[in-house]
Design a binder for this molecule. Structure first.
Ligand SMILES: [Zn+2]
Length: 305
């Protein structure tokens, strides 16, 4: 028998010592995470190896029943239409009290989120508390505590979880902004700071960054008029084998990436390429363009003619 099974039995024998009283609150042997209303019935025998069906005696009406927790709850909270008779001996005050416990439990369930996976450090401590009557000893050395090694480990795990659960590529760890954001947070006193949420990222911050990039391009574009622009076109395939065509504009102060066109499903003949070229030349301003450079693929050569 594993510990998860022995725990509820332990609980039911404890409550069994004061059966029949129907009193509430005297034995509040609530174990974290277990449904709260089990403690108002006396569990006699578990039915089946798996699942949560028990034979039990109601502490209020003393009737024996067999059901799962949801029906225990319906019986005690007098919820009709749940396939079990409502308890007739539960007083109004009892019901209020149990309703409160039930609400708390349901809220907690919602808060914690059913799909939340505990961090490695958390699951260790969880196991520790589950091993009943085991003395919890602090294994942390003063040095560990002093340098916050545990806190660092926990942050590491939290970051790793972000990668795993968000499906982020490990390459992101090489992104300098990734490193810089955490270093910044660690070295500045910004208690209570919350990272930008879904909406802020896709609205305010995105608009801000776009404006920033456009500002940075102003000096590059400044020479377009007097020195002229060269459009450089290159075709390539990305790792997912999408056929892409890059358009760059280069001038006295350096090149600018203009756009990339995904040509999947298109016939890349000379007319198609020529049309793309026309569009780009219009975007840059035809009076600025002095030449177009392509590779010497036949369709690109043809587009120039
Ligand atoms: Zn009852």
């Amino acid at each position: 028998m594993d510990s998860s099974q022995s725990q509820p039995q332990q609980q039911s024998t404890n409550i069994g010592s004061s059966t029949g009283s129907g009193s509430i609150g005297a034995e509040s042997l609530s174990s974290e995470g277990s449904p709260p209303l089990w403690r108002f019935v006396t569990r006699i025998e578990k039915q089946g190896a798996v699942g949560g069906t028990w034979k039990y005696r109601c502490n209020f009406c003393n009737e024996n029943r067999t059901s799962s927790y949801s029906r225990v709850r319906a019986h005690l909270l007098q919820i009709k239409g749940q396939g079990i008779a409502c308890c007739k001996k539960v007083s109004r005050a009892d019901k209020l009290e149990m309703q409160k416990l039930d609400d708390e439990f349901e809220n907690k369930k919602l808060d914690s989120g059913p799909r939340e996976v505990p961090l490695p450090s958390e699951s260790l401590s969880h196991l520790d508390s589950d091993a009943m009557f085991k003395k919890r000893k602090s294994e942390k050395s003063p040095i560990t505590r002093c340098f916050g090694i545990e806190t660092r480990d926990q942050l590491d795990q939290e970051i790793a979880m972000m990668f795993y659960t968000g499906g982020l590529p490990f390459n992101l760890a090489r992104n300098p902004h990734y490193m810089r954001s955490y270093t910044f947070a660690a070295t500045h006193n910004i208690a209570g700071y919350k990272p930008p949420g879904y909406n802020k990222l896709r609205t305010t911050l995105l608009v801000q960054e776009k404006a920033n990039v456009e500002n940075l391009m102003i000096p590059l574009k400044s020479t377009w008029r007097e020195k002229g622009v060269t459009i450089v076109i290159d075709g390539w395939s990305d790792p997912t084998r999408k056929p892409l065509i890059n358009f760059m504009a280069t001038s006295g102060n350096g090149p600018i990436f203009l756009k990339v066109v995904n040509c999947f499903g298109e016939i890349k003949d000379k007319y198609f390429i020529a049309n793309l070229m026309k569009e780009v030349i219009q975007e840059v301003g035809h009076q600025n363009v002095v030449q177009v450079i392509t590779d010497n693929a036949a369709n690109c050569k043809g587009a120039g003619s």
